[in-house]
Write a protein that binds this ligand. Structure first.
Ligand SMILES: [Zn+2]
Length: 205
């Protein structure tokens, strides 16, 4: 729904501000956007909002390159979001024009941390260049990727409502497993640690 998306985009703040406004911007302690990095001339690196359609899920919009110089500032906000143990973390790449190996390493760590608590990271609106970079480094199937937010929501809703429960095979020992929902657990036959993705596929680890 375009109108819904526009409404969501409404609380965004421009990523860059004129330098002359930095003094005023740094004097707004009651800002409605806790992610605002006021020590940096009011520049907004990231905005977030809960997803209305899916419980325990959050939508995050980075507004800077996902690279080595920006990992610390991104992690400061993402780390606090993880404390709420989101079921799905939707990461919007529409305003991210660069991803380097440090940024990808951070995404891998983020996905592992989420999965350890039965969460899932979902990337959407990735530029083709960034998508290719992720695939070239061998992480093409490690992340759930959607074209845009409506597709991402559809992907999750479909996964949760229609895919599960499923009967599938343990990738380690081929025992038949009955799986009720995506998440992380152990094979009852061989005790291998398994991660069940929202689309019903099962991977080791
Ligand atoms: Zn097994």
């Amino acid at each position: 729904m375009p109108s819904k998306l526009l409404a969501r985009a409404g609380n965004s703040v421009p990523a860059t501000q004129n330098d002359s406004s930095s003094n005023r911007a740094s004097q707004q302690p009651g800002s409605s956007n806790p992610e605002k990095n006021e020590a940096n001339g009011g520049r907004v690196y990231l905005t977030t909002e809960p997803l209305q359609d899916i419980a325990d899920s959050v939508c995050v919009h980075p507004r800077c390159p996902f690279d080595d110089p920006h990992i610390a500032v991104l992690d400061a906000t993402l780390g606090s979001i993880l404390k709420d143990r989101p079921r799905f973390l939707m990461l919007d790449f529409s305003m991210v024009d660069n991803l380097d190996s440090a940024g990808l390493g951070y995404l891998v760590a983020l996905q592992k941390r989420l999965r350890a608590e039965n969460g899932e990271l979902l990337l959407y609106s990735l530029r083709p260049k960034l998508q290719r970079f992720i695939e070239e480094l061998g992480f093409g199937s490690f992340f759930s990727v959607a074209l845009d937010l409506p597709y991402a929501i559809e992907y999750i809703e479909k996964a949760v409502k229609e895919v599960f429960p499923i009967l599938t095979q343990c990738p380690a020992c081929s025992a038949t497993l009955s799986i009720a929902q995506p998440g992380r657990g152990r094979c009852r036959a061989c005790q291998a640690i398994l991660t069940v993705l929202p689309d019903g596929s099962v991977v080791l680890g």
